[in-house]
Design a protein around this ligand. Structure first.
Ligand code: PLP
Length: 405
């Protein structure tokens, strides 16, 4: 028996985790940059499952790869290799600084593995006192215990104390605040090259280089959390490539499977000395189905034309937002790299504007409470970006009219 939107929302709200507040619609299908709800309303999707659906919805190559792999071999565990898994590990290393990979299923597992590897690297090196990891304020690294403890935002830790010890928080883009925390116990520095959840903030020129130098001078490992900014999102295959600074360890997830849940930790041979047989594992990690999806994404995302589109559309989006900001003073600042773009709004306007966008058929979300976040599928066209800007313009007018009333 098919149920109405109202009925589904009512049952959903009764059984869902209360920390979410899903929109009052039931999304039913998608195609490219568009999604439709059960009532037949059509929305331009500029949130893409939170920077996940890199190729948009119902991409034929991705769908076929998943269908074919599902029919062939879905799971074998890490007691065995499968061809898609081997291919994925090779691709990840060929495309990046890394020599080795640990495959997993989500962002928090990738950052958790990064933290564990950094600690164990120092232990294996005979410097177990170097257990401290410096992370940044306004960062986001995930919801499992160590990842949550690494996250430099008290709101995510509230009520969960005691958190995992050994994390210190510096200010993003402020090397002096990092240096002030470095000491004999410093074993790693972890940073998002472009902060996502904290409000879409790219690293300032020189910041990542400075962190690299601090790490090298202190026997510490540099960890990049590219769960959000990696895999083509910022206009290069990995975010760090735009800055020319390589980490020792990197966490990936979100866009990596294009919508299929998959994560990865990448590391140099040197850093990987920290792990030996049995040190860390995952039952589902490297699953053939997830690997088949990730292989399609990496193949697409590593093409120069694809990345050029990401950079061009990002520039178009930023320029359009700046133009809107010139007539709508509620937008205070526009920031971004590639198709990871934020518009910081005055006071608590972001939440209201975001709701008006939905009324105008544009799906976006907010980051850090005050920033409108635009992380569309990476396949967006010039016309799609223009359409999004036009809908946002209407939403801003609607917001202004209602807040004046
Ligand atoms: C989303 C995110 C995570 C957590 O990923 P999950 O898949 O939700 O566990 C970690 N780090 C960053 C930078 C993220 O954006």
């Amino acid at each position: 028996m098919s149920r109405t939107t109202e009925e589904l929302l009512e049952v959903g709200d009764r059984h869902n985790t209360p920390s979410y507040a899903p929109a009052r619609m039931i999304l039913e299908r998608g195609e490219g940059v568009w999604v439709w709800d059960k009532e037949g309303n059509k929305y331009l999707d500029f949130v893409a499952g939170i920077a996940v659906n890199a190729l948009g919805h119902a991409n034929q190559k991705l769908v076929s790869a998943i269908q074919e792999q599902a029919a062939k071999l879905m799971h074998v565990s890490n007691m065995f290799y499968s061809e898609p898994q081997v291919e994925l590990m090779e691709r990840l290393c060929d495309l990046s600084f890394a020599d080795r990979t640990f495959l997993c299923n989500s962002g928090t597992e990738a950052t958790e593995a990064s933290i564990k590897l950094a600690r164990r690297y120092q232990y294996k090196n005979g410097t177990p006192e170097k257990f401290e990891i410096i992370t940044m304020n306004k960062s986001f690294h995930g919801r499992t215990y160590a990842a949550m403890s690494a996250t430099g935002q008290p709101k995510y830790q509230k009520g969960y104390e005691p958190i995992v010890p050994g994390f210190k928080y510096a200010d993003f883009n402020d090397l002096d605040s990092v240096r002030a925390l470095v000491g004999p116990n410093t074993g790693a520095i972890m940073v998002e090259p472009v902060q996502g959840e904290g409000g879409v903030r790219p690293s300032a020129p020189g910041f990542l280089e400075g962190l690299r130098e601090i790490c090298d001078a202190n026997g510490a490992l540099l960890i990049f959390d590219e769960v959000q900014c990696g895999v083509g999102r910022t206009g290069s295959v990995f975010g760090y490539q735009a800055y020319g600074v390589e980490p020792d360890i990197m966490a990936l997830a979100k866009g990596l499977g294009g919508g299929f849940p998959v994560g990865a930790m990448l590391a140099t041979e040197n850093a990987f000395q920290g792990f030996e047989r049995g040190s860390h594992a995952s039952t589902f990690g490297g699953n053939p189905l997830a690997s088949a999806a990730a292989n399609v994404i990496l193949e697409e995302v590593s093409s120069p034309e694809f990345l050029t589109n990401v950079r061009d559309r990002g520039a178009q989006l930023v320029a359009g937002l700046k133009e809107l900001a010139s007539t709508h003073s509620v937008i205070e600042e526009v920031r971004g790299l590639g198709l990871m773009v934020g518009a910081q709004c005055e006071g608590d306007a972001a939440g209201e504007i975001y709701a008006r966008c939905r009324e105008e058929g544009l799906l976006i979300n907010t980051a850090g409470g005050t920033t409108l976040r635009f992380v569309p599928p990476l396949i967006v066209t010039q016309a799609d970006v223009s359409e999004a800007l036009s809908r946002l313009g209407k939403a801003l007018e609607l917001w202004a009219a209602r807040s004046a009333a």
